[in-house]
Design a protein around this ligand. Structure first.
Ligand SMILES: [Cu+2]
Ligand SMILES: [Zn+2]
Length: 212
């Protein structure tokens, strides 16, 4: 046990003293999962000591191009650093002014238009809600608001739509709706499944893009 502690201490010293080296990923491959717990600690120290480098190494980026049968179209970019929240930047044009439901749907299948993207992405089996509700679909991103020109721009930070891991959203699809999402509180029979957000104006599959 003492030898193990000493080895851990040595590892900490080595990795923190050489934040620019490639020691850390190599260590992961050499030791595998059983020592991940020990490796997490130097990783945290590394992140605070050399943040720009760590961010570049672990950033994941994705994009979705939204199209449909209407003039509505848009682009959604996603950026996730390490296991942090995902930053979603949205620009959609060709909307009627006002709020429009905006969700991540379960499938990246558009063979039958936006209908075949299925229901809201819901890995935890919950009911529909607002992005800041505890009870929500992971794909519930609320509304985007179009201005008088019909353009909606938003930057959304969300913790339930990661770009890697078991709940990764790569390969699923964003959908922008005809109507406002009532966030589960409208009292309509569809409020707790779709937010009663109406038809699907445009959708786009999330695909990986180079993380520079
Ligand atoms: Cu939707
Ligand atoms: Zn939902």
């Amino acid at each position: 046990m003492q030898a193990m502690v000493a080895a851990m201490a040595a590892l900490s010293i080595i990795t923190t003293a050489n934040p620019t080296s490639a020691l850390l990923p190599t260590s992961y491959q050499l030791f595998g999962k059983p020592v991940n717990v020990y490796l997490n600690q130097p990783k945290l120290i590394l992140a605070s000591a050399a943040k720009p480098l760590t961010v570049v190494a672990a950033a994941k980026k994705a994009v979705a191009v939204l199209k449909g049968n209407t003039q509505t179209e848009g682009v959604v970019t996603l950026l996730q650093e390490d296991d942090g929240p995902t930053t979603v930047k949205v620009r959609v044009s060709g909307l009627t002014p006002g709020p429009h439901g905006f969700h991540l749907h379960q499938y990246g299948d558009t063979t039958n238009g936006c209908i075949s993207t299925g229901p809201h992405f819901n890995p935890n089996g919950l009911t529909h809600g607002a992005p800041d509700d505890e009870v929500r679909h992971a794909g519930d991103l609320g509304n985007i608001i179009a201005n008088a020109e019909g353009v909606a721009e938003a930057t959304i930070l969300d913790t339930q739509i990661p770009l890697s891991g078991p709940n990764a959203v790569v390969g699923r699809a964003f959908v922008v709706h005809e109507l406002a999402d009532d966030l589960g509180k409208g009292g309509h029979e569809l409020s707790l499944t779709t937010g009663n957000a109406g038809g699907r104006l445009a959708c786009g599959v999330v695909g990986l893009t180079p993380a520079e």
